[in-house]
Design a binder for this molecule. Structure first.
Ligand code: NDP
Length: 401
């Protein structure tokens, strides 16, 4: 029986809190805090209506470390689940250290002024968390998160050695809107406009953003164009699996999304550098975010499925083998269960699972951990039992380049 404090009342926070309430034997007391308290209260009302569980809510600016410490001291949770934005990661980690509370997130720290997507800042907290006897679990979403657990499971049970690993992220969902991002627009646009990068023979190979594509026929979705991209789990996979010769990440995008993105980029709307406009400083991508639909509002209008998985090549028992591990998640089913579409669902459920494993002592340790460092079996088991079932399939051939 454990108390948890969830920070961030977006789509991901909403799913995580709903799923925690459905597992009240593990999460005995839930507090949801965010910048806008009315969003926490709306989620609390939905949780109560769907599950009968009452949760507490609080207003919090998580960039204000003393305010977060004060809330932690008042609530006294065993764990903070950070589902705000990557900008808050270090401030929340600092507050956790000061208040003596464990920490979990789903996205690595990002400085506002530069799109980096790297773990260095959070890995630098290793000694402080270890010395305090606290655990920080980084990246317990789907990607990063489940994709690293799939790779770890593959290495533990399906292959004696992994030679290549491809992560395939397909969102076959359709909102009917000409342009919308399915998670926080600012973070999403920073991610897709960054140069592509993959790991090969011990080094990063960089290329222009969204310039390399291939078609892949996704189970229950159909053929889609997927594009080579950089994604943050590549860094932890390369660190913890030096045996893997090549690691790549692919994401599907529709032509309409890319057309809009090209125009927005060419007009400067995706820039993250501040500029002066009518006497005040604005950041173009923040202004654009304000114009785009909130991801949490897409739930009722999204149809279709997501299909995310890993294809690994290597050897098992002396024979070459290629294995595909993946999950398919239906947007409408996710919405019916939690009031949120599948992209929030596929992130919020793994956040709940990581939290459950920490609170029940199945995943323990002192220091900063990535998903690759922990036993995949209880996590894979919970995915099957909490709405994200996965399949393993042998493929005849590896993915082409
Ligand atoms: P949203 O933008 O929908 O929600 C973010 C929430 O955080 C909002 O409620 C926002 O408040 C709140 N917030 C922002 N700044 C602060 C602050 N300073 N203090 C307190 N609360 C704050 O995002 P999502 O729910 O889509 O995503 C949440 C996180 O999940 C992000 O970090 C995202 O990168 C990550 N993610 C990870 C994925 C994975 O697979 N690993 C996939 C998808 C997302 P307000 O409402 O006032 O703006």
């Amino acid at each position: 029986m454990s108390k948890v404090l969830v920070i961030g009342a977006g789509g991901v926070g909403s799913v995580a809190v709903h799923k925690m309430a459905m597992n009240a034997d593990i999460f005995s007391h839930i507090t949801l805090a965010s910048r806008t308290k009315s969003k926490c209260d709306a989620i609390a009302a939905s949780v109560r209506q769907r599950t009968g569980v009452a949760i507490d809510t609080a207003q919090l600016d998580a960039d204000d470390v003393p305010a977060t410490v004060a809330l932690l001291k008042a609530v006294r949770p065993a764990l903070v689940v950070n589902l705000a934005l990557p900008y808050q990661d270090l401030n929340i980690m600092d507050a956790c250290l000061e208040a003596g509370v464990n920490y979990l997130d789903t996205a690595n720290y990002e400085p506002r002024e530069e799109a980096k997507f790297e773990y260095s800042w959070q890995w630098a907290y290793q000694d402080r968390f270890r010395d305090a006897g606290l655990m920080a679990l980084l990246g317990s979403g789907f990607d990063p998160g489940v994709t690293s657990v799939f790779a770890t499971y593959t290495r533990k049970h399906l292959l004696d050695r992994i030679d290549t690993l491809d992560i395939l992220d397909c969102n076959g969902g359709d909102t009917g809107l000409p342009f919308a991002t399915n998670f926080n627009p600012e973070i999403n646009l920073r991610e897709v406009t960054a140069p592509s990068r993959h790991w090969e023979n011990g080094q990063w190979i960089e290329g222009p953003a969204l310039s390399h594509k291939q078609v892949f026929d996704f189970d229950q979705v159909g053929p889609k164009n997927m594009y080579l991209m950089y994604h943050e789990e590549l860094e932890s996979l390369a660190k913890f699996y030096p045996e893997i010769r090549r690691i790549r990440f692919w994401m599907t995008f529709g032509d309409s999304y890319l057309k809009h993105l090209e125009v927005l980029e060419n007009t400067g709307m995706t820039r993250i550098e501040p500029m002066m406009f009518q006497g005040r400083e604005i950041i173009p991508i923040e202004f654009l975010k304000a114009l785009l639909p909130e991801p949490a509002s897409l739930g009722p209008i999204t149809r279709g499925k997501t299909n995310i998985g890993t294809i690994a090549t290597g050897e098992k028992g002396g024979k070459a083998r290629t294995v595909y591990v993946n999950n398919v998640c239906d947007h409408e089913e996710a919405y019916a269960e939690t009031g949120n579409q599948a992209v929030s669902y596929t992130t919020g459920v793994p956040a709940m699972i990581g939290a459950a494993l920490m609170l029940t002592g199945q995943w323990t340790g002192a220091g900063v951990f990535n998903m690759e460092q922990l036993d995949p079996d209880p996590f894979m088991d919970m995915l099957n039992r909490h709405g994200l079932p996965w399949k393993v399939r042998d493929l005849d051939a590896p993915l082409a380049f």
